[in-house]
Ligand binder design. Structure first.
Ligand SMILES: Cc1ncc(COP(=O)(O)O)c(C=O)c1O
Length: 385
């Protein structure tokens, strides 16, 4: 969805921004998201997934909330140490890691790791007296556009045999985890996977294998984007109904990323070039798919935009990013105002998997990040393009 607003109202977005492109980070929004998700998942320990956005001020905000953290590498552990987070508040959830990564994470004091196959289990044997492990199982939400169970996760029916091998290896596997896919459309797969894991816990007990004491629901909690605003309390209702079945001996955890980071940042871009090519106007922004908008390619994402312009003429148009690559295209619109140079385009919910994967392709730097309150949008929105 694209909203149009008068060009002069863009000044609120540009306050404190030295140059565009810029991501504006509002700590109050991730505090709010954390509080709402915590209420929606009572008794569930939340680990913020650093991979979704490792911006220093965001990590500091989460650290100040005494959050726990999900990390995927020694570099993420270091970033957390820099904001004063103790390794006792971190879990390492990457199912496939190098021996060096494991060595560094153990040396930093991380004690929880994840495996989804026996070869990964072997790598952990040298540390078996220091660590605990969770077995990742593949459950796929059909309504999640980003599948994270193709690449990772043991088939659930293989769980018992892997746990059997783990038991013989001396590595303590006391947890089950999954990730149903990012930006899930509902929590029904979280709920059915949790139920499946609870049934598996019974079978594990019956087999005389070490008891499961932790079940990790992963991420997948959605952000708004082009959809209706997300009511997290309603979204999590199916999970809450299964939580009632979880025995006290099992701790339930989750690893939210996108739902916390996405709404906390907006991307402020500028029209840096324009050209009429055939019947269409091309507008070149100073950020594109090699910058903060890689989600368009990687995740099939589309972002809510507010365009600040005084343009009135309309034509067919194409938005493109600033690099020399023709894949760096951002959207085509059959009827759109013919923008002027330096018009401002703001993209919303741009905190997740944006800065984290931005490149320096063509020598063009990723957006700078500015920490301050996001302007109130309700005032700006005029017409819809
Ligand atoms: C292991 C793991 N945990 C948590 C997350 C965060 O997921 P989301 O951003 O969908 O909440 C991811 C995302 O890739 C992941 O791979």
């Amino acid at each position: 969805m694209i909203e149009l607003a008068p060009r002069e109202l863009a000044s609120d977005w540009l306050a404190g921004v030295e140059s565009t492109p810029a991501l504006v980070f509002d700590p109050a929004i991730c505090q709010h998201q954390w509080a709402v998700l915590s209420d929606a998942l009572p008794g569930v320990r939340l680990y913020y997934a650093v991979k979704s956005n490792p911006y220093h001020d965001l990590l500091q905000t989460m650290a100040d909330l005494h959050a726990h953290f999900d990390v995927a590498s020694a570099a993420e552990i270091r970033m957390l140490e820099q904001v004063g987070v103790s390794s006792s508040r971190m879990i390492h959830t990457h199912p496939i890691k190098t021996e060096t990564e494991i060595e560094r994470a153990v040396a930093a004091g991380v004690t929880t790791f994840v495996v989804d196959n026996v070869d990964e289990l072997w790598k952990l044997i040298p540390y078996r007296h220091q660590i605990r492990v969770m077995l990742r199982l593949a459950f796929i939400a059909p309504d999640a556009p980003i599948d994270l169970s193709k690449k990772f996760g043991a088939p659930p029916q293989d769980a018992l045999s892997i746990l059997d091998v783990a038991n013989d290896s001396g590595v303590r596997v006391d947890g089950l985890c999954f990730h149903v896919g990012s930006q899930a459309g509902s929590a029904s797969t979280h709920a059915t996977a949790l139920e499946w894991c609870l049934d598996l816990c019974e079978q594990i007990k019956a087999e005389g294998l070490p008891e499961i004491t932790r079940i990790d629901l992963g991420g997948g909690f959605p952000a708004h984007y082009l959809n209706e605003p997300v009511d997290l309390m309603a979204f999590c209702a199916p999970i809450r109904s299964v939580l009632a079945r979880v025995p006290e001996s099992i701790e339930v955890m989750a690893e939210p990323g996108r739902v916390i980071s996405a709404p906390s940042m907006a991307l402020v871009c500028r029209v840096i070039g324009r050209a009429k090519r055939g019947d269409a106007w091309w507008f070149y922004l100073d950020d594109g798919v090699y910058g903060a908008q890689s989600g368009r390619l990687f995740d099939g994402m589309q972002y809510r935009m507010t365009v600040y312009t005084s343009a009135t003429d309309r034509a067919s148009c194409v938005f493109a990013g600033p690099t020399c690559d023709s894949v760096d295209e951002l959207g085509r619109f059959p009827e759109f105002p013919v923008l002027n140079m330096n018009d401002i385009v703001v993209l919303h919910e741009m905190g997740a998997y944006t800065l984290a994967s931005a490149t320096h392709f063509n020598g063009i730097a990723p957006p700078q990040v500015v920490t301050r309150a996001l302007p109130d949008l309700t005032r700006d929105v005029g017409t819809h393009a």
